[in-house]
Write a protein that binds this ligand. Structure first.
Ligand code: FE2
Ligand code: FE2
Length: 202
């Protein structure tokens, strides 16, 4: 009876049985894990944070044009120009990160960066054109932007590592390093001359 049943099994059904038997438990488990990770609350939080910083980086590209135009010293203008080029790379890197984790690049309004950029605009309005005092204010405003970015990327790098997104973590880490370098450069510019010269202004 058992032999008869086996003989009645169609070739297609037999093929399915063989395929199911040859799929290792590990393969099917990792597929299930990927699927559940993509739907997990942590993945959603990670993607939302990426959308927030994607909005912020795009807003910073625009803000740096205004900050460069408003700055007094060539040194600070150059620093803003260089960082704008880096910021454009940050936008491109984030697009790669979205792709690596199977998501679409999308912007979500970042209220924090909107506020920080607004503060920078107020500094431009409240300081005299061509003054060192304006550069002092612009450096403080720019460092607030950098610190926001450092906090965000610091968290995102660690999350990417935890979630096993190693390539995404590497890209985010490179941006984090550039934000930290920019912060240090701005401190150097302020302390080497701008703060001292501003102190002499009436
Ligand atoms: Fe950036
Ligand atoms: Fe930055």
């Amino acid at each position: 009876m058992a032999t008869k049943t086996e003989n009645n099994t169609s070739p297609t059904v037999k093929k399915d049985i063989v395929e199911n038997l040859t799929q290792t438990p590990l393969q099917s488990q990792s597929k299930d894990k990927d699927q559940s990770m993509a739907e997990s609350p942590l993945h959603k939080l990670f993607v939302d944070a990426l959308k927030d910083i994607y909005y912020a980086e795009n807003a910073i590209v625009d803000a740096l044009t205004k900050m460069e135009a408003a700055a007094t010293t060539e040194e600070l203008k150059d620093a803003f120009e260089d960082h704008q080029l880096q910021t454009k790379k940050h936008v491109t890197r984030l697009e790669k990160v979205f792709k690596l984790i199977g998501e679409q690049p999308e912007k979500k309004e970042c209220k924090a960066i909107v506020g920080i950029i607004k503060e920078g605009e107020e500094i431009i309005k409240s300081t005299e054109e061509g003054s060192m005092t304006r550069d002092v204010g612009l450096i403080i405003a720019a460092q607030k932007v950098e610190h926001y970015e450092i906090a965000t990327y610091g968290g995102l790098v660690q999350l990417a590592i935890t979630m096993g997104h190693d390539k995404a973590a590497d890209l985010l880490e490179r941006t984090l390093q550039e934000e930290e370098d920019t912060d240090l450069l701005l401190t150097d510019i302020a302390e080497s001359s701008i703060n001292i010269n501003a102190e002499q202004e009436d």
